[in-house]
Each structure stands twice: as C-alpha cells, then as structure tokens.
Write a protein of this length. Structure first.
Length: 211
C-alpha cells in the first residue's frame, strides 16, 4: 500500500495510542531514547518459571486478574539443559521426567491448563499440584534443592490411541475390499455361462457352470 515509516521520515502514531498503552495496568514504560516510546508487558510469564516474592504470592490468588497487580521482579525462567533445546513443558511431555535445581522456597509455574497428572518430587517427597492464578499448574516448593518434574499420562489416553489405530486399520481394510470384489466380478465375466460336451448319441443337455 506504499506506507512505510523510516527514521528520516517517520509516520506519526494514531492519536491517543501512547496514552492508552500507558494506562494499561499490565503494560509499563521502559527507559529509552527520547525519540522512542517503548512499552513492555509486565504480566508476561514464561511457559515454565520459578516464582518468588510478589509473583509467588499472586500465583496463590484466584483468578488471572492477580497478574495485573503482581510484582514480577521475582520471575526466573526455567531453562531446559537438554541437547534438543525444547521448552521445559514440552520436554517433560515428550521425553519424560526432567530434573531441576531450584535456589530457594518459591513456586514452580507451568503455563498449561491445570491438570492433576503433573507431579513434582523433592528429596523423595511428592508435592501436589494446585491451580496457579486460578487456572494454570503450580507447585509450592518449600525449600531449595533438586526437584523432578513428571507427567503421568492417564490410561484413557492409551485407550483412545488404541481405538484410533483400530479405526484406521478398519478404514484401510475396507478400502482394499472393493478391489477384491472387482477382480472376482472380472473373473466371473470372463468365464463361460455354459459348457458343451461332445455328443455320444444321447439327447443333448447343456451343462451349467457356476458363475
């Protein structure tokens, strides 16, 4: 459409945009050159994070609205040290249990819908999950140390996968049956309807052949 904004010829932002962003509770202004207005989403939390301070307290409150008033200086992203480089949650789901070292008391936050199949073990003690921010998975870690994070796949998941595999097998089997029926019809069409035997003086009677 020919619209382009450059340093030498910048396009003015829409009227009221900066004021509207500044009024957002979860958006803050960060220090930047005077010619630039930069904003940051302060309510953003990584998919897997270790929370302390105000962020940990907000996690215990019901509802995502607690994110707006939380102090997010105490957020530490959980990095996966595996060779594949997958995000932590994905690694647990695909590769199995993963170990982490947490520095102190806090909250392990997993940015997935709450599911009791998640479990954490600290020094042999199993910790129960709770709803973080009212909807995600969270574990209250009582002290620092090595923890193991795992996901127990429910038996219904295996049953469902088996049913899907059986259904696909049925579809493939049904798809091959018409070919067999066509071959049988072709053989029947090529076979003669009647066969004649040499005459021996007896009255002629045709011999029927099954089609």
């Amino acid at each position: 459409d020919g619209v382009a904004s450059t340093i030498d010829d910048p396009i003015a932002p829409p009227d009221g945009l900066s004021a509207a962003l500044a009024a957002q509770l979860d958006v803050g202004v960060i220090q930047s050159p005077p010619t630039i207005e930069a904003f940051v989403n302060r309510s953003w939390i990584p998919p897997a994070a270790f929370l302390t301070g105000g962020a940990a307290d907000a996690s215990r409150n019901a509802g995502a609205g607690s994110l707006l008033l939380a102090d997010f200086d105490g957020i530490t992203a959980v990095e996966l040290s595996a060779d594949g480089g997958e995000e932590f949650v994905d690694a647990v789901m695909v590769q199995g249990p993963q170990m982490l070292s947490v520095p102190s008391e806090g909250v392990l936050h997993l940015g997935v819908p709450f599911d009791r199949q998640w479990r954490v073990t600290l020094d042999g003690e199993t910790l129960s999950p709770r709803a973080g921010f009212g909807q995600t998975v969270a574990f209250d870690i009582p002290r620092g140390g090595e923890i193991t994070v795992a996901y127990d796949t429910p038996m219904t998941s295996y049953v469902l996968k088996g049913m899907i595999a059986f259904a696909w097998f049925g579809v493939l089997l049904a798809a091959t049956r018409p070919e067999r029926r066509v071959r049988q019809r072709n053989r029947a069409a090529e076979a003669p309807m009647m066969a004649f035997t040499p005459s021996t003086g007896d009255p002629f009677e045709p011999e029927a052949v099954d089609s």
